[in-house]
Design a protein around this ligand. Structure first.
Ligand code: ADP
Ligand code: MG
Length: 286
């Protein structure tokens, strides 16, 4: 819990004493950060490259234009959006050792990866302290340690993105399970359209890749967190390509059409709940 408080104090985007706040208000000057922050930034940059920019920590000015940072939501004008988009680009972040430099006006936010990273640290500490069975849950990021005390796998409920109840159960042991979707934080514009809080860095618009929710299962929470957000932006086809090229991760995707896609490793681990057994389930990885 002490760890959690420390990480929140370092990485909060709104707390004036946080390192992220200092970076965002340095007006082009270099900022020295703690090793842990530098490590997380390095990880986020690596994942941005690996996902072709689907994940981008520099979207904060655009998130602000949509009101996702304050709660007073609005659809920004094309002009505002174009202006804010000029401040976006992970490739413009300079990180050397533990020194971070942004261009004036640029702002970063680690919302897409910090919870997963924090989960890893907490889990590793628990394990180092002899914990062999347990569950760590941090807002949509779940990490299970070992199996249940009775020797069976943990059962994790996966939420139905549209209906809000439980879609099905995923059985897991010693794994990280992270879900991303636009169903928790979104607003409905005056045009009646739904706008979600995960943006496509290519356009600055809420991602509309045809996916309703993405669950990623793997060893590391930070990787699962990063990929859940990135896959949501990338959509089914690009996710499929990513999965063909990278091993060690499994995914469960629900499309807006209401179909489920599962990687082979989850086929026998996921069970649809009673009201949803008619939903078609397809293989995600050939
Ligand atoms: P949650 O925080 O709801 O569990 P995510 O891990 O998917 O969900 O992170 C979403 C958050 O990341 C957003 O609230 C926003 O702060 C930020 N964000 C939105 N779009 C992107 C993106 N394409 N790349 C990186 N961060 C993003
Ligand atoms: Mg994420």
């Amino acid at each position: 819990e002490q760890d959690l408080k420390k990480m929140e104090a370092l990485w909060s985007v709104t707390d004036e004493n946080s390192e992220i706040y200092s970076i965002n208000h340095a007006d082009g000057m270099p900022v020295e950060v703690e090793d842990m922050t530098a490590d997380l930034l390095q990880f986020a940059l690596t994942m941005s490259r690996q996902t072709d920019g689907a994940l981008d920590m520099t979207l904060y000015p655009v998130l602000t234009a949509w009101g996702f940072t304050t709660g007073s939501h609005q659809v920004p004008s094309d002009e505002t959006l174009a202006q804010k988009m000029r401040l976006v680009g992970y490739d413009k972040v300079s990180l050397s050792g533990s020194t971070v430099t942004l261009r004036p006006g640029m702002e970063i936010d680690l919302g897409a990866v910090a919870k997963g990273y924090a989960c890893d640290i907490i889990t590793n500490n628990l394990k180092a302290n002899g914990v062999t069975s347990g569950i760590v849950s941090l807002g949509g990021n779940i990490q299970v340690i070992g199996k249940k005390p009775d020797g069976s796998d943990w059962q994790i409920s996966i939420e139905h993105p549209q209906n809000g109840d439980s879609l099905g159960m995923l059985s897991a042991a010693n794994a990280s399970v992270v879900t991303s979707g636009a169903y928790e934080r979104y607003f409905t514009g005056e045009d009646g359209k739904r706008y979600g809080h995960i943006l496509d860095p290519a356009t600055g618009q809420p991602a509309q890749s045809g996916l309703a929710s993405v669950t990623v299962v793997g060893q590391e929470g930070k990787l699962c967190d990063a990929l859940a957000t990135a896959f949501f932006v990338m959509g089914l086809e690009k996710t499929q390509v990513y999965l063909e090229e990278h091993s060690g991760i499994e995914a469960l995707i629900m499309t807006e059409q209401g179909e489920i896609y599962l990687t082979a490793g989850l086929k026998d681990k996921f069970t649809l709940n009673q009201p949803y057994q008619h939903i078609p389930v397809y293989a995600l990885k050939p």
